[in-house]
Write a protein that binds this ligand. Structure first.
Ligand code: UD1
Ligand code: UDP
Length: 360
């Protein structure tokens, strides 16, 4: 059986790392990298550290408007599908690469499998929500990380093809946490290219969403909040925000924000496991905080992962200094549970793909 996997962005590399390893034991995988993320520390470092096979195709498509990026991907992925004639197209998450892969597959009548299916915020103002809805409505098999995601699909009439398999991000987190242990590994590099020493105590923050980092005001509030805390904040900065962050940190004298270049996944896992608390707008990082039993404040208007919010374990905050500080100081019950599976979702994902093939 030939499976063609489409990836393009950082969180997809992590999920593909655990699933591809299982898939390739018995099947042929053609790996297509759209090129959406392309800097060394946004792309290659993940392939190297996580032993992801080199992509068979790199389409080199990135930047531009969402429409331009998605349109170019659609054209190129279609060409690859026509040349490779896979039995199934495998897609992860909610990026433009995911939606382009889904559309290309359905137009050629190749069944698409969507991993991380069913999550919903309830607003189409969020670009990832649009990608999720489109992808889910043209996919043949819907593999959900959580029960809540399956319920969202049922409300939209997607029932028989939806299954809860657990979260491959949880599989990856468990697997690589054990590998990383207490070794820091990678050296942090600041935004000017200098080595940065990791303090003994720190908060871990990521912030890259348009809503928070696409203009100055919210970012000034978020960084301003972190700058008042007892410990420094480690902030690996997405390349899209680098210039803005550098300017704001300098202008406002936010000396307790230790900004650095994006780190590899192993370093990120280390930071999650060793930090005091996490502040983020990342879908991945808020789950990892939950997996690691760390207090998390998610600076976002919508709940993305309802299972993490129980007992205040993950709290939403507005991009306002006072709200972020209030949420950070609120007491939390720090425990994990099996809402995201048992750490073997990759096996269930591969089994479900096989069942789909047999039923076609
Ligand atoms: C994308 C996903 C988002 C995910 C994030 C993961 C969509 C709609 N969004 O957002 O769900 O959380 O990836 O990190 O697909 N850039 C670089 N170097 C890179 C990558 C990007 O400089 O390696 C710059 C480019 O100028 C690009 C901009 O960052 O235009 C934004 O990148 P893009 O891939 O469009 O969106 P993300 O914000 O990364
Ligand atoms: N991550 C990383 N390096 C960084 C920042 C984040 O490896 O510098 C990891 C993080 O641990 C998480 C994943 O990237 O697993 C999440 O990716 P991102 O926040 O870019 O996307 P999202 O999850 O919001 O779609």
């Amino acid at each position: 059986m030939k499976i063609l996997t489409v990836v393009g962005a950082r969180p997809q590399f992590i999920k593909a790392a655990v699933v591809s390893r299982e898939l390739r034991k018995k099947h042929t995988e053609v790996l297509v990298h759209t090129g959406q993320h392309y800097d060394y520390n946004m792309s290659d470092i993940f392939f190297e550290e996580l032993d992801i096979p080199k992509p068979d195709y790199n389409l080199g498509i990135s930047g531009g408007s969402h429409g331009q990026m998605t349109g170019q991907m659609l054209i190129k992925i279609e060409e690859v599908l026509q040349a490779e004639k896979p039995d199934i197209v495998l897609l992860y998450g909610d990026t433009n690469s995911t939606m382009a892969g889904a559309l290309a597959a359905v137009k050629l009548q190749i069944p698409a499998v969507h991993v991380e299916s069913g999550n919903r915020l309830g607003t189409k103002t969020n670009p990832e929500e649009v990608n999720r809805i489109v992808t889910d409505h043209v996919s043949s098999l819907h593999l959900c990380c959580t029960e809540s995601a399956k319920r969202f699909l049922e409300k939209e009439g997607i029932c028989d093809s939806a299954f809860v398999v657990g979260d491959p991000m949880y599989d990856a987190f468990l697997y690589y946490s054990e590998k990383v242990g207490d070794e820091q590994g990678e050296q942090l590099i600041d935004l000017y290219g200098n080595e940065l020493t990791l303090p003994d105590h720190y908060y871990y923050m990521t912030c890259h969403r348009e809503e928070n980092a696409g203009s100055d005001e919210p970012l000034i509030e978020i960084l301003g909040a972190m700058n008042t805390l007892d410990y420094a904040t480690i902030y690996p900065v997405h390349p899209r925000n680098t210039e803005r962050v550098k300017r704001i940190v300098k202008e406002y004298g936010f000396t307790k924000i230790l900004c650095c270049k994006p780190v590899g996944y192993l370093m990120s896992v280390y930071l999650v496991n060793h930090c005091e608390k996490i502040v983020t707008d990342s879908g991945g990082l808020q789950r990892e905080a939950f997996f690691a039993k760390k207090q998390c404040v998610t600076v976002f208007d919508y709940v993305v992962w309802p299972e993490t919010m129980k007992d205040n374990r993950n709290q939403l905050a507005k991009h306002e200094k006072t709200d972020i500080l209030a949420k950070l100081s609120k007491e939390q019950i720090l425990k994990s549970d099996n809402s995201f599976g048992d750490g073997f979702s990759y096996k269930k994902i591969v089994n479900k793909i096989m069942e789909l093939k047999r039923s076609n």
